[in-house]
Design a binder for this molecule. Structure first.
Ligand code: 5GP
Ligand code: MN
Length: 325
C-alpha cells in the first residue's frame, strides 16, 4: 500500500492541483491521478483545478472536468499537488493547499521545497508521471490512465531523448503501451504537431537568435508586441527552447518571452555540465539540472547580461575542475 492509498483511506474530499502554465507532465499526472481516483476510489469527491490547459491535451479522459476557476475558501480533506516544486508555483491554487486538512506533493524537481505535509519527490525520475506510476496499483491502470501517464513521460523526456530518460522510464512506457494506447497519435498530436502560428513564432525566434561565448551559448527573445502580431500566447511557445538547444556547439540555450512590459519568462537548457537549476534558482525559479526556468524583470539586455554572468562563472568552475592548475 503506497502513501497515496494510506492518505486516501481517511478522506472524503480531494483537491488536485498542478503548477502554473501546466505542461504535458503536469496535465498528464493530474488527469492520470484524477481518472485513477474515479476508478479505484469512486466514493471520493474529487476536484481538479489547473490554469487553462492547452487544447492539444483534450484527448485525455477528464480534460473537460478540469476546473480553471480555483476554489476559494473551501477546506478539502486532502490536497494533492503534482509536478510543482514550490508553493508559489501553485498560483491561484495556493489557497486550496493552505486550507486543506492534509496534503501530499508528488514531484520530480530537484528544487522541490518540501512544502506539503508529505512529499514524494524523486529527482532521478524522468517525470512526475513516472513518480505517480510508482504510487499506483498497476492492475488498476486503465487504457485512459495509461494515456495520461504516457503523455507526461513523452513531454518531460522530449520523446525519450533527454538524459532524464532511464531504462525504468522505458519500462513504464512499455507497460503503458501494453494497455493499448494509441502512442503514435499521442506523440504526434501532443508533442510534434504545431499550429501555423506556432511554426511562425518558432521561425521568428530562430531567425533572431544570437550566439555568444564563442558559440557555446544561444539566446532568443520574443517581445509581447511580436506575440500579439502573430496572435500567439504563452501556450504557443513550447518547443522553441528545444530547437535552440540542438544548435551545434551550444552548451547553454536561453529563451525569453515577454509576459508584461519589462518582465520575461525565461527557459534555460544545458547540454553540458552546467547546472541551470542553480541559475534559475538564484533568480527565484527552479527546475532540473538540464532544464529550468524563472521569471526576470528588466530589458532583454539586462536579463541576458545577468544570466550570462552566472553561466560564465559556472563555465569557469567547470573548466577549473577538468584542467587542474
Ligand atoms: P520550461 O523552460 O519548459 O518552462 O521549464 C523547464 C523546467 O523548469 C520545468 O521542470 C519547470 O517546471 C521548471 N520551471 C520553469 N519555470 C519555473 C519557475 O519560474 N519556477 C520554478 N520553480 N520552476 C520553473
Ligand atoms: Mn515534470
Amino acid at each position: 500500500m503506497s502513501i497515496l492509498d494510506t492518505k486516501l483511506n481517511h478522506v472524503k474530499t480531494v483537491l488536485i492541483l498542478g503548477h502554473v502554465h501546466p505542461d504535458g507532465d503536469c496535465i498528464g499526472s493530474a488527469l492520470g491521478l484524477y481518472n485513477y481516483l474515479e476508478a479505484v476510489y469512486p466514493q471520493l469527491e474529487v476536484t481538479l483545478c489547473l490554469e487553462e490547459p492547452s487544447v492539444k491535451f483534450a484527448y485525455l479522459k477528464g480534460f473537460d472536468q478540469i476546473r480553471t476557476d480555483f476554489t476559494e475558501g473551501v477546506s478539502f480533506d486532502l490536497c494533492i499537488c503534482l509536478d510543482c516544486s514550490d508553493k508559489e508555483r501553485l498560483g491561484e491554487g495556493q489557497n486550496g493547499l493552505e486550507l486543506a486538512k492534509d496534503s501530499l506533493c508528488i514531484d520530480h524537481h530537484i528544487t522541490n521545497t518540501g512544502y506539503a505535509a508529505d512529499n514524494v519527490v524523486i529527482p532521478e525520475a524522468s517525470s512526475t508521471c513516472e513518480v505517480l506510476f510508482g504510487l499506483l496499483d498497476e492492475g488498476n491502470i486503465t487504457k485512459e490512465i495509461a494515456a495520461c501517464i504516457y503523455t507526461g513521460i513523452i513531454h518531460d523526456t522530449g520523446v525519450f531523448k533527454y538524459s532524464c530518460t532511464s531504462a525504468k522510464t522505458m519500462e513504464i512506457a512499455g507497460k503503458m503501451m501494453e494497455k493499448g494506447i494509441d502512442f503514435t497519435s499521442i506523440i504526434d498530436g501532443s508533442f510534434y504537431q504545431k499550429t501555423y502560428v506556432q511554426n511562425q513564432i518558432l521561425g521568428r525566434a530562430l531567425l533572431e537568435s544570437v550566439v555568444f561565448f564563442h558559440g557555446t551559448c544561444i539566446f532568443s527573445a520574443v517581445r509581447k508586441k511580436d506575440m500579439d502580431f502573430y496572435g500567439v500566447t504563452s501556450k504557443d511557445m513550447d518547443g522553441i527552447i528545444d530547437q535552440l538547444r540542438v544548435t551545434e556547439g551550444v552548451e547553454c540555450a536561453i529563451f525569453l518571452y515577454e509576459t508584461e512590459p519589462q518582465r520575461f519568462k525565461v527557459s534555460l537548457r544545458s547540454n553540458s555540465g552546467l547546472d541551470v537549476s542553480k541559475i534559475a534558482g538564484f533568480f527565484g525559479g527552479g527546475g532540473h539540472v538540464k532544464a529550468a526556468g524563472c521569471t526576470m524583470d528588466g530589458s532583454i539586455y539586462d536579463v541576458i547580461n545577468n544570466l550570462s554572468k552566472h553561466i560564465e562563472k559556472q563555465m569557469k568552475e567547470l573548466a577549473a575542475v577538468s584542467e587542474p592548475a
